[in-house]
Design a protein around this ligand. Structure first.
Ligand SMILES: [Zn+2]
Length: 238
């Protein structure tokens, strides 16, 4: 039996890709940046996401998108208010393209974009027990909440539960590389300086650049989504 086909736009360096593949999907990626080709673990087509979705989206069984989050983030508040940001409000045009295909879809974005998403479901590292052992032997837990809008019913594995978690870590640029300073002085924002630790924390197995790791979706998230999406597509076909 051939695998159902998933289109993944804004594929970047393939964090989301791995989770969908392990869930049973045949994944084709799309990204505007050809530098990602050497890291993306599958077939990556270089194209504009909305244009590709409108032209080819119907050839797939489902579509995952991760529109650029930069316009929505706290750091862009001034540019957004002044209307001079180099980024744009990326979610509505992608949603319009997705709706034109009639396919089940996923739109992923950051918590700051919640207001521009329809009933998003939050997934968090704690729901999947994502953690790693840091170079000093301390277990650190992934702090990475992401929102998912779907036009089908997606449920989270469980509610957030951070009780008993002592050490947090994330993966993003411009962050603290000292976990004691992060915890006790800055109150958060530790990113391990060791790349293998960050990869283990995110559950990423293939090679990526630091920026790829900073932007990647943990495969556990898309594996969870991918299995439910597979069931949904199966029900539609039956
Ligand atoms: Zn949580």
């Amino acid at each position: 039996m051939s695998r159902p086909k998933l289109l993944e736009t804004h594929g970047c360096q393939g964090g989301a890709h791995a989770g969908y593949v392990n869930a049973g999907w045949d994944v084709t990626g799309v990204d505007i940046d050809k530098r990602h080709v050497r890291y993306y673990p599958g077939r990556l087509i270089i194209a504009d996401a909305a244009t590709y979705i409108r032209e080819h989206g119907h050839e797939y069984d489902a579509i995952h998108t991760s529109p650029p989050c930069q316009w929505y983030t706290r750091g862009n508040a001034k540019g957004r208010a002044a209307g001079n940001s180099k980024w744009s409000r990326s979610i509505p045009p992608i949603r319009e393209a997705l709706e034109s295909t009639g396919r089940p879809y996923v739109i992923e974005n950051v918590a700051d974009a919640a207001w521009d998403m329809r009933d998003p479901v939050a997934l968090c590292g704690c729901m999947f027990g994502l953690s790693a052992i840091d170079t000093d032997g301390i277990r650190i837990h992934l702090k990475r909440e992401r929102l998912f809008e779907t036009n089908w019913h997606l449920r989270p594995p469980r509610a957030c539960d951070h009780s008993g978690i002592e050490w947090w870590a994330g993966a993003y640029g411009g962050a603290r590389r000292d976990k004691y300073e992060a915890k006790f002085v800055r109150k958060g924002g530790y990113v391990p300086p060791n790349k293998d630790v960050v990869k283990a924390l995110l559950g990423v197995e293939h090679d990526m650049t630091w920026n790829g790791l900073f932007e990647c979706l943990p495969p556990a998230y898309t594996n969870w989504i991918g299995r439910q999406l597979l069931a949904h597509v199966g029900e539609r076909a039956a």
